[in-house]
Design a protein. Structure first.
Lengths: 279, 364
């Protein structure tokens, strides 16, 4: 099918599209531009400086910013543990249900989607007593917060993996591999995971983005992560809070671009291959 | 692209075929008995087709053989060894599936290599054997293609090469042609038969297409409601169907009312020998279209009126109406071109027929 043929009927003209995109883009750009402008501003008196950016990374201020950087480290640790939970618990469960217990799919889907309907603040009310036990078992280390994050990222990670699972004939592929002599681990590693790569990577990136942006649960359970530290820093030094917000936005943007590339990479391979086979 | 003519080269070495036996195999899903104590013995190197309507248990039987479906009773023997408890990956079988099953992230060559890799065959040997297997199915030059770069027919050929390259004891084909268009289907069907004969591999071929089964198999097992109704050579099944179901399912049959007595059935005044169980009283006889002929009106026989006539290339099939509003299909040469509405005479050639009592529910 040619690209022309895809453009059917009432699709808006390129001009209309650019106008819509421009307005929406502007809405998002204004606060970001304001943040960038603010991060370089000297103060109410006016004028611009790079001093605030330099201060943040100045070794002389390392002591003052120690807690902040520790909080960033905490958030990355939490992101890593959350991703590990997705990979070790959610992914194998989903594959197992898809291949062996298809009747449980609806149940699993329901369980995974529920967290999105529960506001974080309500979740904390339920989690507080649970964490009483968690602390008794594992101590109060920061990584234990990832157990809660493992729940909050479920809807996003589930959708990313499930759409990939639905797009491949997972049952036939695994049966074909078994008939060729592969044991269950070889089926998973050699056949299923390579074909689920995009869904799994997307699930991981989304999980990282969600964890890095999480404030409510960490704050109410008295844990220190990037977002709680930002709020605290904002009370003493507004510039640092804004600069770090910008940096975390940039990081999230890079993750989103990576997820986007995963999708388009598949599209372009399919297209170039179609060209090849039509020769 | 699909009409690649394969080069005839039996490069995958022939292996002595194995004996395969299903002994009283039972498989139930809840209250439904998918396999009702099936007995089937397949000789070494033989190609047996499991034929039947959807839901008759043929695919379940194949999946039980492969180990993809656990059985509830009976035994599955390959060369005398009971493999019922052996997992699929240890059964040493090759399987081609109905839906395309090539691993999408691998090239055709890598797909074919997969089974050898699982058997820890060394790299260079693996590539050589995989390339040979691809040559065998005529796709040597497609080694670097991915599944989405090949047509359905080509994908199924690669799947066949992949199933055969490990020299399995048994080849299982689960409706491998049903997703393909008619022309490729016949081509690949003949090719499967050629390769199977050259390799001498014991093969089970599941299909719901009776023409396919008759064309490709040494013996055909007709299945119905979890049981094997009859097993025999295509010719036996066609000429001497053991049951009315087989007569109805294999080939085209007219259902004509008659009266049975003493091993013959009288239809419209003609006595025909009755096959199968002896019957008495009113029956429905299954008469093949080629066992009938059309003569000019006034000749001795059954008066009939032509309803329609279709040209089928090498022959013609004409439908006529008999007394009692019975429609009957007759197969004849293309020289005769009966016009609708013409009065003709129908004659029975006298071949033996199968029948069911007229009170029995009609088979669909």
């Amino acid at each position: 099918m040619s690209r022309q043929a895809v453009r059917l009927g009432t699709e808006p003209s390129p001009v209309t599209r650019w106008v819509i995109l421009g307005i929406v883009g502007l809405l998002f750009a204004v606060p970001i531009i304001a943040m960038i402008e603010f991060s370089f501003s000297v103060g109410p008196a006016g004028g611009y400086t790079v001093q605030h950016w330099v201060d943040l990374f100045d070794p002389a201020n390392a002591r003052a910013n120690r807690q902040l950087f520790q909080a960033i480290g905490n958030s990355f640790l939490l992101a890593a543990v959350t991703v590990a939970i997705v990979l070790v618990v959610l992914l194998p469960t989903m594959i197992l249900v898809h291949l062996q217990f298809p009747r449980l799919r609806r149940v699993l889907e329901f369980i995974c989607i529920v967290p999105i309907t529960v506001p974080a603040i309500v979740l904390v009310v339920g989690l507080a007593p649970v964490y009483g036990v968690v602390v008794q078992l594992f101590g109060g280390a920061i990584w234990t917060l990832a157990l809660a994050y493992g729940i909050t990222v479920l809807p996003y990670a589930y959708r990313a993996i499930q759409s990939n699972l639905d797009a491949i004939p997972a049952v036939t592929l695994s049966e074909a591999a078994r008939s060729l002599g592969a044991n269950p681990l070889q089926v998973l590693w050699g056949v299923l995971l390579p074909n689920l790569r995009r869904g799994v990577l997307a699930a991981c990136f989304i999980s990282v983005a969600v964890v890095l942006g999480e404030f409510t649960i960490a704050s109410l359970l008295n844990r220190r992560n990037l977002q709680t530290a930002l709020v605290q820093a904002g009370q003493s030094d507004q510039w640092i809070a804004v600069i770090l917000s910008l940096l975390s936005l940039a990081f999230a943007l890079v993750l989103l671009l990576l997820i986007g590339r995963l999708g388009t990479a598949r599209f372009s391979t399919a297209r170039s291959s179609r060209k090849r086979s039509s020769k | 692209m699909t009409s690649t003519i394969p080069v005839a080269a039996p490069v995958v070495e022939p292996v002595p075929g194995a004996t395969v036996e299903l002994a009283g195999v039972v498989k139930t899903y809840g209250a439904h008995r998918a396999l009702d104590a099936i007995d089937l013995r397949i000789r070494p190197g033989e190609l047996v087709a499991l034929l039947g309507p959807s839901g008759c248990g043929k695919t379940t039987a194949l999946r039980a053989l492969s180990g993809l479906e656990a059985i509830d009773g009976g035994g599955i023997l390959i060369d005398g060894e009971d493999v019922a408890a052996v997992p699929t990956n240890k059964r040493d079988i090759g399987m081609v599936f109905q839906s395309y099953s090539l691993f999408p992230h691998m090239t055709a060559l890598e797909n074919v290599e997969f089974g050898l890799k699982m058997r820890r065959v060394a790299g260079s040997e693996r590539r050589r054997r995989a390339a040979e297997a691809l040559d065998m199915v005529g796709l040597g030059r497609f080694a670097d293609r991915f599944a989405h770069q090949m047509s359905g027919g080509q994908q199924q050929r690669v799947a066949l090469a992949r199933a055969l390259v490990t020299r399995p004891r048994v080849l299982l084909l689960d409706e491998p042609l049903s997703a393909l268009d008619a022309k490729v289907r016949v081509q690949l069907r003949d090719e499967i038969r050629r390769i199977q004969t050259e390799l001498g591999i014991t093969t089970v071929f599941v299909t719901h297409d009776q023409e396919e089964a008759l064309a490709v198999a040494d013996r055909v097992a007709v299945m119905n409601q979890g049981r094997i109704e009859q097993i025999g050579s295509p010719r036996e099944l066609y000429a001497t169907p053991a049951t009315a179901f087989v007569a109805d399912f294999v080939g085209l049959s007219n259902r004509i009312p008659g009266d049975a007595a003493g091993g013959t059935v009288s239809v419209y005044g003609t006595g025909l020998q009755l096959l199968g169980e002896p019957l008495e009283g009113p029956v429905v006889a299954y008469v093949r279209p080629e066992d009938l002929s059309i003569e000019s009106s006034g000749m001795p026989g059954v008066p009939a009126t032509v309803v329609s006539s279709s040209f089928l290339g090498s022959l013609r099939r004409t439908t006529v109406r008999l007394d009692g509003d019975i429609l009957v299909a007759v197969q004849h040469g293309v020289d005769l071109d009966p016009q609708p509405g013409t009065a003709v005479t129908l004659r029975f050639r006298g071949s033996p027929v199968s029948a069911i009592p007229r009170s029995a529910p009609a088979l669909d």
